[in-house]
Design a protein around this ligand. Structure first.
Ligand code: SAM
Length: 196
């Protein structure tokens, strides 16, 4: 795995140590964020990259909210650099063997994604980008692996970034961009269609 060694090690240490209690502490908080964008989301045909997937809460959310998830044609690749977060996701998947072939997990740095260009048509990234040593690099890597017109859903912790800088970075690359800045939610959420 290729990453900015100093910052990468710090992030891995942080999330490896919070992995055992991450879901009990953050599940409902994260689900509230997903609810902001999922009302119109169509799962059929999606090739999703979940950038900074953690323990797989988005997978849990999809599993809970899409009755026909087992028969829906979609795929999801979860990417994270914390081995402990991924272990929890992997353990979870073992209980849903019927979905195993649709979900894959990769340990990697979001700034150096090990995928060919234009592999995905949907990006989810919740509460992860603020951890990157270089957000611009992480965002451009995500753009590289996405097809043009990909659906893009990104959230970042408001307190950890310069929100205007982040909007300025993303805005030129999205059409139909919607910014969700709900006072009760700690993240700024941005959705739109990728215009490469
Ligand atoms: C706050 S958690 C969010 C997890 C998940 N998206 C959710 O909604 O619950 C942030 C995750 O991003 C991962 N992460 C942070 N920086 C990363 C990087 N540069 N590359 C890959 N994963 C990273 C962390 O390991 C952690 O699992």
């Amino acid at each position: 795995m290729n990453f900015d060694k100093k910052k990468g090690k710090k992030i891995i240490k942080k999330y490896n140590s919070s992995a055992p209690f991450y879901e009990s502490r953050y599940k409902s908080i994260q689900f509230n964020k997903y609810l902001q964008i999922f009302s119109n989301f169509e799962l059929e045909g999606k090739k999703i990259i979940d950038a900074g997937c953690g323990t797989g809460l988005i997978f849990d959310f999809l599993n809970k909210n899409y009755n026909s998830i087992r028969t829906t044609y979609f795929s999801l690749v979860g990417v994270d650099m914390s081995n402990k977060m991924l272990e929890i996701f992997k353990e979870k998947l073992s209980q849903f063997s019927i979905l195993n072939h649709k979900v894959n997990l990769i340990r990697a740095d979001l700034e150096y994604l090990p995928f060919r260009s234009e592999r995905f048509n949907t990006l989810f990234s919740f509460t992860s980008y603020q951890n990157l040593s270089n957000i611009e690099k992480g965002f451009s890597e995500s753009l590289r692996v996405l097809k043009n017109k990909a659906e893009t859903y990104i959230s970042v912790l408001k307190k950890s970034i310069n929100q205007q800088d982040f909007i300025n970075l993303i805005k030129p690359r999205l059409i139909n961009m919607k910014i969700i800045d709900n006072q009760k939610i700690e993240d700024l959420i941005i959705e739109g269609i990728l215009n490469k």
